[in-house]
Design a binder for this molecule. Sequence first.
Ligand code: DC
Length: 220
Amino acid sequence: MNPSKHPIVIALDGTSASGKSTTAKLVAKALSAIYVDTGAMYRTLAWHCLQKGVDIHDEKAVGALCRKWKTTLECVDNQVRLLVDGYYPEQEIRTATTSAAVPAVAAVPKVRDWMKKRQRECLQFGDLVMEGRDIGTNVFPETDFKFYLDASLDERAKRRAAEGVEENLAARDQRDSQRASAPLMIALGAMVINNSGLTREATSQLIIDEVHRRKGAGGR
Ligand code: DC
């Protein structure tokens, strides 16, 4: 791939615990692209709200904090990070408290507009493998490389449990799919992969092969 001239975006959307992160990292490595975890960006804003004592259910206050937020995007080890005053809250954004606060923050239309701008700015770093919920539908609808990952609820619950996380995945899916602003949907033209019985390597290989196939067919 040629990151400098016409960077390409591989959009990887899907349900929670469908293996997006692991798959996106493997695909990014194989294709020498930059990995972008957009869920981490929403988590970072949610954490920032909690730190600042902003009521996450007050749309106006969350939108205002977002607008005032002096933040930077940086690319370290081929992964993009969103910083809060120069700090990357890597551990803090994974706590149960932050996880519980994210859906409310991610449902605010002004937040989604702001995030979309930051996510599109990631192109400055080169070819991207960007994972999230609305990348193929809303952030980079123009890309020809769209993928949607899913797995059975049972399988996904087992994966979360193996990570030591107990989460109501059905409730999270419902919130992500039913919010008014940029809900989780299968993008037009996306290759849908149900990876219930697949290893992470097999899932990534399906994507890598399809990216090559679409590139060969003139995709960009
Ligand atoms: O992928 P994750 O579990 O880290 O995502 C955290 C939350 O952010 C989850 O509720 C879905 C939301 N999210 C979103 O609304 N849009 C994205 N592009 C990525 C994540």
